[in-house]
Design a protein around this ligand. Structure first.
Ligand code: SAM
Length: 306
């Protein structure tokens, strides 16, 4: 497992914003009381912010129960979690290819954090997938054995240490997680990919429709909260996902993610850009925007000090 810039990353997670985390942290003004990450997953942004003490307190929330339980284990009982991961990791050499399915069966009848962590470390693309009966059903990636126990232990212990005593973990929907947030705080929102209302999204517990998220955002903007939102993106001229509208009073920026491998394969030149939306409230608190944020023409001159 790689550690970028000394930030620990105990949870391998498809869709992790690890690569964007330092740019997002660059948008968090100094002296922030609490950073909220209500669609936490692997909590890449909170990990980066806690490592660099960008905020004093952290609230990590996720609707998916095993994720919240795993974060609690990382913070409250990191040694036990690392021991159990180590035991599972060594067991795979003894048992062989059937081991992953045995762990998956054990997780589906008793979703313990260490079992979940091992499944994420070993499954295809570190992707959370469930069948219609709610059982984890992603398969093993037999080319990988998962992070070595000593690497995993180091990441778990360091993540536990930086969050200990100043972090609340919630298993809740994002609006519930944000119930106590106020204008002194900063909120980073990274919802699941846009789906249709009510439709299953196999990557996560359920998808979230554009309308549902827009309505939730409207309430957060009305509360004058400082928001940073990852939502859509584009490759070249092609936009993926519906853009959030101007009526939400959010400013759109883009971060260059590099050349898409698909485009390279096709011999095309499409560069991928990830959108970041920032609320007006937060823009008034930021002294300087990070250099990596590309601004549409509308951005005001005084923010562009780089
Ligand atoms: C795109 S992932 C977030 C990835 C994260 N930024 C990271 O760096 O790993 C979205 C997360 O939101 C969670 N989720 C889905 N619907 C939710 C909801 N309504 N409220 C809170 N969390 C939700 C999913 O379980 C998933 O972990």
């Amino acid at each position: 497992m790689r550690t970028s810039g000394n930030v620990p990353h105990p949870i391998p997670y498809q869709g992790s914003k690890r690569w964007l985390a330092s740019t997002i942290c660059g948008c968090i003004p100094g002296g922030v009381r609490t950073l909220y990450e209500p669609f936490a997953g692997s909590a890449a942004v909170s990990l980066c912010a806690a490592t660099h003490s960008t905020a004093n307190h952290f609230v990590i929330g996720d609707l998916h129960e095993p994720i919240a339980a795993l974060w609690r284990a990382i913070i409250d009982s990191p040694h036990d979690l690392a021991d159990e991961y180590e035991r599972l990791w060594h067991e795979q050499a003894r048992i062989g290819k059937t081991h992953f399915n045995e762990v998956r069966r054990a997780f589906n009848s008793n979703p313990e954090p260490a079992l979940f962590l091992y499944l994420l470390a070993r499954c295809v693309k570190a992707a959370i997938r469930y069948n219609r009966s709610g059982e984890f059903n992603n398969t093993a990636d037999h080319r990988r054995r998962g992070a070595r126990p000593e690497t995993m232990r180091d990441n778990i212990l360091r993540a536990g240490r930086i969050f200990a005593g100043r972090t609340r973990v919630l298993n809740a929907g994002y609006l519930d997680t944000l119930r106590d947030a106020d204008t002194r705080d900063v909120v980073y929102l990274d919802p699941p990919y846009q789906g249709t209302s009510g439709e299953r999204d196999n990557r996560y517990v359920r998808g979230m429709s554009f309308d549902e998220f827009r309505d939730g955002l409207q309430m957060l903007v009305k509360r004058d909260l400082s928001l940073i939102i990852s939502y859509d993106g584009r490759v070249g001229d092609k936009v993926y996902g519906q853009r959030l509208s101007d009526s939400l009073q959010l400013r759109l920026f883009e971060v260059k993610a590099g050349r898409s491998s698909q485009e390279t394969l096709l011999g095309r030149d499409g560069v991928t850009y990830e959108s970041l939306y920032i609320s007006e409230r937060l823009l008034t608190r930021i002294e300087r925007l990070p250099r990596m944020l590309l601004q549409p023409e509308s951005i005001s001159e005084e923010l562009l000090l780089f």
